[in-house]
Write a protein that binds this ligand. Structure first.
Ligand SMILES: Cc1ncc(COP(=O)(O)O)c(C=O)c1O
Length: 394
């Protein structure tokens, strides 16, 4: 029999995947061209050409026992050193390999961070709406997720609500900037505000409250905005980074956790992160892709493709009367459903072969999420279906 813990999460946590599978079923029935699957955040933009070149060069020139073998749980020393150098150049820091632990994407990074810091009954605060998978990463450690509201409309964190939500059990606060599912980007005053609240509360309560900065969309931004780097604002920070979106490598499962020297109990934390990779069973991040990343730190994907998608879909939906904040980053639109029941609305959308995810999965009922990391032509083809859906509720 499956565990009670897994039984509890069986229903809710797989909504996005279930939707993706539903899309495949609809495609089999109506033809792929006639199904508008906006459910999964799977990048449609090609990885940069440098990735393929790096793979070929590594296989041709590097020692295969290095390329395919085990290494230190934290990852290859030279790869971690290269990543630390990249962070230092971009954000004016002084990190080295000892500050970096290579991970299996951001999901793997979040899992090892939470395994390192959480005890049963601890609390982790996140701002709603939030990436629903956080529930599982936190529950795995017997801890509880506490959702703090954002200001509806801008989806910026409510700092007063944050302050009231902190208790002696608060171990961490997750910040996801740019945000999935809203596409909101938090600027410096918000980040400083969060850091100030947590510094004050840590002092008042005599506890270490960590910030877990979940950064997979860091480079997916559309306006000329400088996203604040959390290590420059708060010492008890874990940066969780992934190349899933920034280099369109979601299936390769590669990312890292960065911690500053000033984090509380640095040596123990660094060692525990490495041990946690083994305990959760992945042991080390994929070896070939660690080596690929080290050669591709200056590569990027064409974010203009997502921007074009955003503009087409956002303008169309706004014209149809949908309420939605214009996203400044990531590749999601978080839209108010035309009826209060977001799940019923998502079912209604399916009748027009539109697949989207209900806001409840993100802790924000009454809304739905559109992942527009799909082809422009698919979005163009979907416009009539959106019009028909809106008409159903007029
Ligand atoms: C906010 C957020 N965090 C973490 C992840 C996990 O990403 P990865 O593929 O790097 O594990 C995702 C994936 O969509 C995400 O949206």
């Amino acid at each position: 029999m499956i565990s009670k813990k897994m039984r509890k999460s069986l229903g809710g946590s797989s909504v996005i995947r279930a939707m993706f599978e539903e899309g495949q079923k609809l495609s089999a029935l109506y033809g792929e061209d006639n199904v508008y699957d906006f459910s999964l955040g799977n990048p449609n933009v090609e990885p940069p050409a440098g990735i393929k070149k790096a793979i070929q060069a590594i296989l041709d020139t590097e020692d295969p026992t290095m390329v395919h073998g085990y290494m230190n749980n934290s990852g290859y020393e030279d790869v971690r050193e290269a990543i630390a150098g990249d962070i230092n150049r971009k954000y004016g820091l002084d990190l080295s390999s000892r500050n970096i632990v290579m991970c299996v994407g951001a999901g793997g990074g979040l899992s090892v961070v939470f395994k390192t810091i959480l005890d049963p009954e601890d609390e982790v605060i996140t701002f709603a709406p939030f990436f629903g998978a956080y529930r599982g990463y936190i529950a795995d450690n017997g801890a509880n997720l506490v959702a703090v509201p954002t200001h509806l409309g801008t989806f910026e964190p409510d700092l007063k609500a944050l302050e009231s939500a902190v208790t002696p059990k608060t171990k961490a606060v997750i910040i996801n900037n740019p945000n999935n599912p809203t596409g909101a980007v938090y600027r410096e005053p918000v980040i400083k505000g969060i850091a100030e609240v947590l510094a004050k509360k840590s002092e008042e309560l005599g506890t270490d409250i960590y910030i877990v900065s979940d950064d997979p969309y860091r480079e997916i931004i559309y306006e000329d905005i400088k996203i604040p780097y959390m290590l420059n604002y708060y010492k008890n920070t874990f940066i969780v980074y992934s190349y899933s979106k920034s280099l369109s490598l979601a299936g390769e499962r590669i990312g890292y956790v960065a911690i500053p020297n000033e984090i509380a109990e640095f040596e123990d934390v660094a060692q525990c992160l490495g041990m946690a990779t083994r305990d959760i069973g992945y042991t080390n991040a994929p070896s070939l892709f660690q080596r690929v990343i080290a050669r591709c730190l200056n590569e990027s994907v064409d974010v203009g493709i997502y921007k074009k998608n955003r503009d087409l879909l956002y303008n169309h939906l706004a014209g149809l009367g949908f309420e939605c904040a214009k996203p400044e980053g990531a590749f999601y639109l978080f839209v108010k459903a035309l009826i209060p029941d977001d799940k019923a609305f998502v079912e209604a959308a399916k009748k027009h072969n539109i697949l989207v995810v209900p806001g409840s999965f993100f802790g924000c009922p009454g809304y739905f999420r559109i992942a527009y990391c799909t082809s422009y032509s698919k979005i163009e083809k979907s416009l009539d279906a959106w019009r028909a859906l809106a008409k159903d509720f007029k």
